[in-house]
Design a protein around this ligand. Structure first.
Ligand SMILES: Cc1cc2nc3c(=O)[nH]c(=O)nc-3n(C[C@H](O)[C@H](O)[C@H](O)COP(=O)(O)OP(=O)(O)OC[C@H]3O[C@@H](n4cnc5c(N)ncnc54)[C@H](O)[C@@H]3O)c2cc1C
Ligand code: HEM
Length: 365
């Protein structure tokens, strides 16, 4: 019934979104402050997110963990329990207003029931979480490593626990208030609590360009609770292959740093790909690590730099030239396109998918 009723309004999605937000902000003007300054409907995440959640979560039990995490994550947006009712009501009214005569009370009920189940799980997740909604952190170092790449370090004001390989979402209130984006931590947990990030500014990207071009030492940013499961299994005895594209190196560096603390027995191969040599922004450090740890090898490749002296081509093609890779743990990180082509190559090389962990910075194409 949820899917059937959505088809009545699907064509008018933009209008539904406009009405939905207008409804919320007119009845509760204070809620406007929770949302980004620029909110063209195309980019409005919340409505699309709720509709997708309500329609795909046929079995809320199965998505329990996801919904709890989403509820925890909403603390950073300053969402309070009473807001759920306002948003749920606006959603149903917006659909009803645009669906025409075919809309029936049974649809109202179906959406209200599904929304209530999801909201309850999100609220339970938020309630059970002891973490603060976010941490403030001060920028203590910022280095431009290439035209559009920066490496920077922040010092959280309170300790922020995470595991190597995780990412967290970040807001830069001074330059892009209320826009949160996820970035991978590029180091393993340290005694001084500092966190390093590698960011590439993408095209017209709001947050990434502020982080690369505007962020300065002394600025404060906000960080939300860490997420992600691309972690090392310390019990595994298999050798390790890390495959990174561009700033996809960040979580790989974190895992590598963790390995430098205990590894003696596992061979570790890092494959790092970029368009041109300028984008291989961290090669000096990787080579320093390779010189220091005999178990580590680094292969670098450029896909659009014919005079580059290392490997040529996409990183997935380069990985296929090496090997054999039949008894290794794989970690893959980079853009959706890079991750997708690497997973395809690994499947062709008959690497069991259970041995592959990956983080994709954009949706898989
Ligand atoms: C789990 C995870 C970890 C991530 N870790 C990192 C990291 O360590 N370092 C890092 O630099 N980024 C990382 N990202 C990407 C990051 O979250 C943002 O998506 C990226 O910085 C763009 O945000 P923006 O606000 O600048 O762009 P937006 O304003 O959101 O987007 C602007 C335009 O750029 C397009 N776009 C968005 N992202 C990309 C992209 N990556 N490549 C090409 N086009 C894009 C959008 O479709 C849009 O058209 C990670 C993403 C995920 C999901
Ligand atoms: C069923 C209930 C809800 C679901 C499934 C849901 C889901 C989501 C998802 C998946 C996102 C995108 C997160 C991201 O990109 O990091 C999001 C963003 C957001 N949500 Fe919710 N949400 C719900 C309820 C609410 C409520 C009640 C509020 C309160 C006003 C709220 C406020 C926000 C805000 C402010 C954002 C960021 C918007 C932006 O960046 O444009 N959400 N939501």
């Amino acid at each position: 019934m949820l899917k059937e009723s959505w088809t009545l309004v699907e064509e008018h999605q933009e209008k539904v979104a406009g009405y939905f937000y207008a409804r919320i902000f007119l009845s509760h003007p204070d809620l406007r402050e929770l949302f980004p300054v620029h909110m063209d409907v195309q980019r409005s995440r919340l409505l699309n997110a709720i509709v997708t959640a309500v329609q795909t979560l046929d079995d809320p039990e199965k998505f329990d963990e996801y919904l709890k995490a989403l509820g925890r994550d909403h603390k950073k947006f300053h969402v309070e329990p009473e807001h759920y009712e306002v948003v749920g009501g606006a959603l149903i009214e917006a659909m009803r207003a645009h669906a025409g005569e075919q809309w029936g009370v049974e649809y109202d009920q179906a959406w209200a029931d599904a929304y209530a189940v999801i909201a309850a799980r999100m609220l339970a997740g938020a309630d059970a979480d002891d973490n603060p909604p976010y941490w403030y952190a001060e920028v203590v170092a910022h280095e431009r490593r290439a035209q559009d790449i920066a490496v920077f370090t922040v010092q959280p004001m309170q300790p922020l626990e995470f595991r190597a390989g995780q990412y967290l979402s970040l807001e830069c209130p001074k330059y892009q208030p209320r826009l949160w984006r996820t970035y991978s931590v590029a180091n393993a947990p340290r005694k001084d609590n500092t966190l390093e990030f590698h960011v590439r500014s993408v095209g017209a990207g709001w947050v990434s360009s502020a982080l690369v071009r505007r962020l300065q030492i002394g600025d404060m940013i906000k960080l939300a609770a860490p997420m992600g499961t691309m972690n090392l299994d310390r019990r595994s005895t298999r050798d390790v292959v890390f495959i990174a594209g561009g700033t996809g190196l960040a979580p790989i560096k974190s895992l590598l740093e963790e390995l430098t603390r205990y590894n003696r027995t596992r061979w570790v191969h890092v494959f790092i790909g970029a368009r041109d040599r300028e984008d291989l922004y961290d090669l000096a450090d990787l080579n320093r690590l390779a010189a220091r740890y005999p178990w580590l090898s680094v292969v670098e490749a450029c896909s659009e730099d014919p005079t580059f002296p290392g490997e040529q081509g996409n990183i997935s093609e380069v990985v296929a030239k090496y090997g054999p890779w039949n008894n290794h743990d794989f970690f893959v990180s980079g853009s959706g396109a890079m991750v997708k082509s690497t997973l395809k190559t690994l499947a062709e090389l008959q690497v069991p998918s259970i041995r592959i962990k990956y983080d994709s910075f954009t949706d898989l194409p």
